[in-house]
Design a protein around this ligand. Structure first.
Ligand code: GMT
Length: 380
């Protein structure tokens, strides 16, 4: 198949999923064309089936906001036509699904019908999409897509609940490439960070409010009062300054390192003992899956799609949002040396269920089904 992938090329989960999916499809022999405004951060390897088309958009003194969506739609039209694509897979409803709809309409005037698959990732529905200034466009573009997928059952339900959806939404969960995301031997790193064999706790995110960074710091503060422990914070974002202030207030700065936006997260996860995800909202929780693939159990909130990944008492524990005392208790239970090996083993076992080798065929079959349905509709 010749597939066009549209995504946000930044560090966010939706961009990571889209890029890893494109890479895996290319390795299976499909021709994959990325259409974005800059090179996706994980598009870091060479394959004869991978192509990248940059959306160029120019500002003009008259525009306070450059019309990116129009430039994107025009680029989609040109790539679909020139590269003879079979299907467009857009990740994130805003503005990708609506731009794809416009591209499809334009292409129809050229005698081409390009089927569109839209994947909903979470914030496009639970946060941004519900905003009254976007809602009509989100509803319309979901209903106009030829196929719609959501990354968890919870997100699927929430989309039906919050919008007037007439289209079928199919759940295809996030995935992980276990050949890449696996525990590596990094003993020297562990020794450098935890010279006295302290428990190593890790958090990864973009430090937005929805990630509840203060809960991460509070849980860790409670943990380190009971057992020797260190915390590594991976990522960066608006809550970073607040987090650093909390570290100073708790007087635990020597036990916490802020590592910034790391490319090779798996290297740090390889030496971790526990992952914290106390998020307010999380449609799936890809960062938790990445931790589990490196044999790291998870203490999380029980929001959104996280319960579809983190299994209570098996791969870690889930608590109500904001219940830092419960999360602390459960974290200490997992970190107990009599329990930790079992939780680590279970985390990996569960992650294996989400290996790309299991999820890729689901996408391939779905693409075929969507293409067949679109072709059948055209011949009627
Ligand atoms: O929340 C983030 O870190 C970024 C966000 C995004 O829009 O890229 O992630 C969302 O999509 C990921 C991939 O499907 C999911 O694993 C995250 O749970 C989801 N984030 C939220 O729902 C808050």
């Amino acid at each position: 198949m010749k597939i066009g992938i549209v995504c946000y090329p930044t560090f966010g989960g939706s961009g990571v999923v889209a890029t890893e999916l494109g890479k895996a499809l290319a390795q299976e022999g499909h021709e994959v064309h990325f259409i974005t405004y800059s090179q996706p951060s994980r598009l870091d390897f060479l394959n004869e089936n991978l192509f990248y088309h940059e959306v160029e958009f120019h500002s003009y003194p008259l525009f306070e906001y450059p019309p990116y969506e129009l430039a994107l739609a025009s680029k989609m039209v040109s790539v679909v036509k020139n590269e003879k694509l079979d299907l467009l897979h857009v990740h994130y409803a805003i503005p990708h699904a609506s731009a794809a709809y416009m591209a499809r309409q334009i292409l129809q005037t050229h005698g081409i019908y390009i089927p569109i698959v839209t994947t909903l990732h979470g914030t496009d529905i639970t946060l941004v999409g519900k905003d009254p200034s976007y809602e009509p466009v989100v509803t319309f573009s979901i209903n106009q897509s030829d196929g719609v997928t959501a990354v968890s059952e919870d997100l699927r339900k929430e989309t039906y609940h919050s919008f007037k959806i007439t289209n079928e939404i199919v759940v295809i969960p996030n995935f992980i490439d276990l050949a890449k995301f696996k525990k590596q031997k990094k003993d020297h790193f562990k020794k450098a960070i935890c010279p006295n064999n302290e428990a190593l706790v890790v958090h990864t995110s973009n430090f937005r409010k929805v990630k509840r960074i203060p809960d991460v710091i509070t849980i860790f503060n409670n943990i380190q009062k009971e057992i020797p422990a260190k915390l590594l914070m991976i990522g960066d974002g608006p809550e970073r300054t607040h987090a650093e202030t909390m570290c100073r207030d708790f007087d635990i700065c020597d036990k916490i390192r802020f590592l910034g936006k790391l490319e090779a997260v798996e290297e740090v996860l390889s030496v971790a003992d526990l992952f914290l995800m106390p998020s307010e909202k999380e449609s799936f929780g890809l960062a938790a899956l990445e931790a589990m693939a490196c044999e790291v159990p998870v203490i999380s909130s029980n929001t959104g799609g996280i319960p579809e990944l983190n299994v209570q008492g098996v791969t870690g524990f889930l608590s109500d949002i904001g219940d830092v005392e419960d999360m602390t208790r459960k974290a200490l239970f997992v970190l107990d040396k009599n329990n930790l090996p079992r939780f680590k083993e279970n985390a990996l076992k569960r992650a294996k269920e989400f290996d790309i080798s299991n999820i890729l065929p689901i996408y391939e079959n779905y693409y075929l089904k969507v293409m067949e349905k679109a072709a059948a509709r055209l011949t009627v």
